[in-house]
Design a protein around this ligand. Structure first.
Ligand code: G3I
Length: 328
């Protein structure tokens, strides 16, 4: 196959891209069969303070483009400490209202929704974040987890609401939890990845509520964000819980090869794509933008194209990904 989407489809995956309306050139539908709004479905764009919707025009544009080009859509994202906009500081009841509105607004046009994003603390502690919305959490019996019926857990409560809405409306939309630095079983130096372990415990405990897990896969020089050899094993253990696994925001620092594993960016892409291909329930990969110049971290040149809209050029990383996908 000669496009990422065709090669991925043959291998049983979707291959997607994050986009904004300003980036919707023909390449989006040619190369990719899944689309994630990079910013336009975030509460900061679409939520009112009472959990209603506003300013949905950009999101509609992206969803329509996806429909026209037979692309899946990943909704991104509902419950997040960042870019919360008018929802900042909201109660669980208001979050639940927003969850219901967002889910029913696009219905089955959205195949996957990131219901909860980045719930876990940085620095490989394995703890939940403490700021809102996680400040809503209460460990009622003081046993160190939030999994008991008497505890209050914004993750459980948000997924419970989302699942109710899906069932009440007969939707097929799958409900995902998404995070970063959770990709490997270990981090640099062979230390256990406690953040990944904490995510695993959440998915295991809430398996009836959670359909899919997103590993953001922003690989860089942070000791917790390297591409470790146990990426595939970590994907596999989540898959073994019965959930779909996705690499949701893939980009790979071009300098990573000089500092960590001594290979080029293209080889790193190949390795990551292979890890997903080797696990049947790893069902999709999304790159976080088209060209380096358009990336949230442009200086790291982490994507598959150079140039800019109207003049994109394929990098070695593109060729490596296409080749690896074509191997199936
Ligand atoms: O659109 C405004 C523009 O009008 C204004 O002049 C300009 C001035 O700063 O800001 C523009 O908005 C920026 C927006 O990107 C669009 O470019 C925001 O400031 C900027 O904060 C926003 O950054 C986004 C970031 O999330 C915010 O947290 C990035 O594009 C987006 O790639 C990034 O994506 C996140 C995922 O959602 C979650 N995982 C990590 C990932 C990377 O940070």
């Amino acid at each position: 196959e000669t496009t990422l989407r065709a090669a991925a489809a043959k291998a049983g995956l979707f291959f997607g891209v994050a986009a904004s309306p300003g980036r919707l050139s023909s390449i989006v539908g040619q190369e990719f069969n899944q689309l994630t709004p990079e910013n336009d479905m975030k509460p900061s764009t679409i939520a009112t303070s009472s959990g209603g919707l506003q300013n949905t025009g950009n999101a509609d544009t992206l969803v329509n483009h996806a429909q026209t080009n037979s692309m899946l859509v990943r909704g991104h994202t509902m419950v997040w400490h960042s870019q919360a906009g008018a929802l900042q500081g909201a109660s669980q009841a208001t979050l639940n209202t927003f969850i219901g509105n967002a889910l029913t607004r696009w219905g089955n046009k959205v195949a996957y929704w990131d219901v909860v994003n980045e719930a876990l603390d940085d620095n490989n502690t394995g703890n939940r974040r403490t700021q809102w919305p996680h400040s809503l959490n209460r460990d009622a019996n003081g046993d160190g987890d939030l999994f008991d019926a008497t505890d209050t857990d914004v993750i459980r409560d948000s997924f419970t609401r989302a699942k109710q809405v899906v069932q009440a409306n007969g939707l097929t939309t799958k409900l995902c939890i998404n995070d970063y630095d959770v990709e490997g079983l270990t981090v640099r130096g062979g230390t256990a990845n406690r953040k990944a372990n904490a995510l695993y415990d959440i998915v295991r405990n809430y398996r009836q509520l959670i359909d899919c897990v997103g590993f953001q896969a922003h690989f860089n020089d942070n000791p917790n964000s390297i591409i470790s050899d146990d990426l595939q094993a970590n994907i596999q253990r989540f898959a073994d819980l019965g959930v779909e696994v996705h690499l949701t925001e893939l980009d790979i620092d071009d300098d990573l090869s000089n500092n960590d594993i001594g290979q080029g960016q293209a080889d790193n892409y190949r390795k990551v794509v292979r890890a997903c291909l080797n696990v049947a329930k790893c069902t999709g990969i999304t790159v976080w933008g088209i060209a380096d110049s358009e990336s949230w971290r442009a200086s790291e040149r982490g994507l598959l194209f150079t140039g800019s809209s109207g003049n994109y050029q394929k990098k070695a990383a593109y060729t490596a990904v296409l080749d690896e996908l074509n191997k199936g």
